[in-house]
Design a protein around this ligand. Structure first.
Ligand code: FES
Length: 251
């Protein structure tokens, strides 16, 4: 049986570069297979634009499996779109109805300048990571099981925090454009494990200082970051970052 296709009206933010003025442009995408991903639908539109000798829409992507953190757009006002716990590349067109209008914009934040259309420069997050989001101590080979006891709850929570893919949706959703959930997750994943403790104080001090330097806003516990996080990271990460920060200040 032939699959029913849908027609979508798109309002997409087009912007040549960071210093140009952007604007929304309207497009009609016909014959959209509901099983297509959101990015595949944009691919179809881009093929059409190329055939018409128009500039295709630039958007970031890599794995298209929800694991690399490259994709990201604000879809109908929500970072990564209407489905919770899902990246833009994992949104399926069956979420929309025939004839729907979908508004697509880049992640917006001072620390994420637009490169082109939906592509933003998120290297500010990389610079925060370079200040301490790693362990530099030599840990040697894989230790014997239980040679470093780690409470199960800590191991589980560290794993949850390590799920952060650094997409920046938390920043885009926050009214203050704060990167606190991102930094909180990165600080927490190491703070919860023994291997991360030796550098914990230096790590949190340097990462928080870099976060401020990059122009991210302060966290006011709004909670939007948690609501849009495709990896469903809890804002308890932010509380832990604060605790680690104060511990570092008074050490
Ligand atoms: S393209 Fe990798 S998470 Fe979406």
């Amino acid at each position: 049986m032939e699959k029913k296709t849908i027609t979508i009206h798109l309002k997409v933010w087009r912007q040549k570069d960071a210093s140009s003025r952007g604007e929304f442009k309207n497009y009609l995408v016909k014959d959209v297979n509901p099983d297509m991903s959101f990015l595949e639908m944009l691919d179809v539109l881009n093929e059409d634009l190329i055939k018409k000798d128009e500039e295709p829409i630039e958007f970031d992507n890599d794995c298209r499996e929800g694991i690399c953190g490259m994709c990201g757009a604000v879809i109908n006002g929500t970072a990564h779109g209407p489905k919770s716990g899902t990246t833009t590349c994992d949104i399926r067109m069956r979420m929309f109805k025939d004839g729907d209008t979908i508004v697509v914009e880049p992640f917006r934040a001072k620390a994420f300048p637009v490169i082109k259309d939906l592509v933003v420069d998120r290297s500010s997050l990389d610079r925060i990571m370079s200040k301490g989001g790693y362990t530099s101590v030599r840990t040697g080979g894989v230790p014997e099981a239980l040679s470093i006891p780690v409470p199960k709850e800590n191991a589980d929570e560290a794993m949850d925090m390590a799920a952060c893919i650094g997409c920046g949706a938390c920043v885009a959703a926050c009214p203050n454009a704060s990167a606190a959930l991102f930094v909180g997750a990165k600080v927490s994943q190491l703070a919860l494990l023994p291997q991360g403790r030796p550098e914990a104080a230096r790590r949190v001090e340097r990462m928080v200082a870099q976060m401020d330097e990059e122009g991210f806003g302060a966290c006011s516990n709004h909670g939007e970051c948690e609501a849009v996080c495709p990896k469903e990271i809890s804002i308890t990460a932010i509380a832990r970052m604060r605790r680690e920060y104060w511990k570092a200040m008074f050490k």
